[in-house]
Design a protein around this ligand. Structure first.
Ligand SMILES: Nc1ncnc2c1ncn2[C@@H]1O[C@H](COP(=O)(O)OP(=O)(O)O)[C@@H](O)[C@H]1O
Ligand SMILES: [Mg+2]
Length: 417
């Protein structure tokens, strides 16, 4: 066929009832498509899937929730907690894909949830559920069913702690959309992002809070993330990160242990450990700070994974703050990438980040020298890590303040501990 002769089909996505899910999925789950919802155990995948099914039902559609993992009574209990007991929401406790497809044909639902893809199995194929072949075959059959039956199919998939989808990694090319659900089980904030999406951009981030009644949209994620912060504590720095297009204030914490008997141990939670090594090398070699043999522990609070090199300067300040036992001013945020020579490099979309800084009520920002002006925030533009340490009061010995070299020159004087 000539490309123009192909029938144009526009199927409106199923409404999600959530501004945040709409943002990530570009309006909802698309009919005749397959979405993989991936996340660690306990993060809230079943909750999110059930909420999506309940919303579709509220909008007058029929949904089938296949539970291959939990007993129907358990799912019912969750549905009752989520206020999702009404109408055309059907529940099927089944592990055999052939039987699931039979029910789909019988019921003709517009949304099918399969929870989870690792616990269903295809009888015609050898291997136990969860094995690579089984997961693949099950997903292929369900994907086919989505297309022929015009249903939106949502597959729940578990990922292991190291981020790989156990089995489902191979699924990514079989499905239309991969949603990754992240967060710290012990913190209420949950992050949803589209890793792959055939019906919209993948740069959006959705933010939720897990409460008794399920997942609710978060309006002020920065506020939620910073709620536990002890402002003015040593080793704590607020960083305006950018996730996709969305700015978010996150607390970077560091604890540095020096002295006899310490070994150069490093740990980085939610931060790139390779990057931490680079920063310590810069602080140790360029600024001659005693960090090379220190124990250094760093984390991004709230279970957020920071994939943003703009965090360098904030992390460096957190390390030096802990090392020197000096806090940063509580109203200050820090942002910038660091080069191997200790120079501070520009970061993308500073205007967006600084707008969030102003909105959240911070008054000062230590930023790369190229930063644009933003109303409401005093900018301290720096060209080197050294300048940033002087500007934040982390360097320059207090009693000898008058003898301090002009900003940007000399080495910061820091006594360990
Ligand atoms: N009764 C409850 N009240 C509030 N939150 C709950 C309750 N039961 C479970 N949760 C929350 O739901 C999470 C589990 O969600 P679930 O959707 O089962 O996760 P997953 O399917 O990803 O394993 C728990 O970690 C907890 O945060
Ligand atoms: Mg579950």
């Amino acid at each position: 066929m000539r490309i123009a002769e192909v029938a144009e089909v526009t199927r409106p996505p199923l409404p999600t009832g959530s501004r945040e899910i709409d943002r990530v999925t570009n309006g909802g789950l698309t009919p005749a498509s397959v979405t993989l919802l991936a996340g660690e155990p306990g993060i809230g995948k079943s909750t999110l899937a059930l909420q999506l099914a309940a919303e579709a039902v509220r909008q007058g559609r029929r949904a089938l929730y296949v539970s291959a993992e939990e007993a129907p009574a358990q799912v019912r209990a969750r549905a009752s907690r989520l206020d999702a007991l009404g109408g055309e929401l059907w529940l099927l406790g089944e592990r055999r894909v052939e039987a699931i497809l039979g029910e789909v044909d019988h019921l003709r639902p517009e949304l099918v949830v399969v929870d989870s893809i690792q616990t269903v199995g295809v009888e015609a194929v050898s291997g136990v559920p969860g094995s690579v072949t089984q997961v693949r075959e099950a997903a292929l059959l369900l994907a086919e069913a989505a297309r022929t039956r015009e249903a939106a199919v949502l597959l729940v998939g578990h990922v292991t702690k190291d981020g790989s989808l156990a089995g489902p990694r191979q699924l990514e090319h079989l499905v239309d959309t991969v949603l990754s659900f992240e967060g710290d089980r012990h913190h209420a904030l949950r992050l949803l992002r589209a890793v792959k999406h055939r019906f919209g951009p993948t740069s959006e981030l959705g933010l939720f809070e897990m409460v008794g009644g399920g997942l609710v949209d978060v309006d002020d994620a920065s506020g939620l993330l910073l709620a536990d912060r002890r402002a003015g504590a040593d080793g704590s720095v607020v960083f305006p990160m950018l996730d996709g297009r969305r700015p978010l204030l996150v607390e970077i914490q560091s604890l540095v242990v020096t002295g006899p008997g310490t070994t150069p141990r490093r740990s980085a939670e939610g931060l790139d450990s390779g990057r931490l090594g680079v920063l310590l090398a810069v602080l140790g070699r360029v600024l001659e700070l005693p960090v090379l043999n220190a124990e250094v522990y760093c984390l991004a609070a709230g279970g957020v994974a920071v994939n943003d090199q703009g965090v360098d300067l904030a992390l460096a300040c957190a390390i030096v703050s802990s090392l020197a036992s000096r806090p940063l001013p509580a109203d200050t945020v820090v942002c910038g990438e660091i080069g191997l020579g200790g120079e501070v490099r520009t970061v993308k979309q500073l205007d967006r980040r600084l707008a969030e800084v102003a909105r959240a009520g911070f008054r000062r920002a230590v930023v790369p020298s190229t930063a644009p002006d933003v109303p409401g925030v005093e900018l301290v533009r720096v060209r080197t890590v050294n300048e940033a340490l002087l500007a934040t009061g982390l360097a320059g010995s207090r009693p000898a303040r008058a003898a301090r070299p002009p900003a940007g020159e000399g080495r910061p004087k820091i006594a360990a501990g």
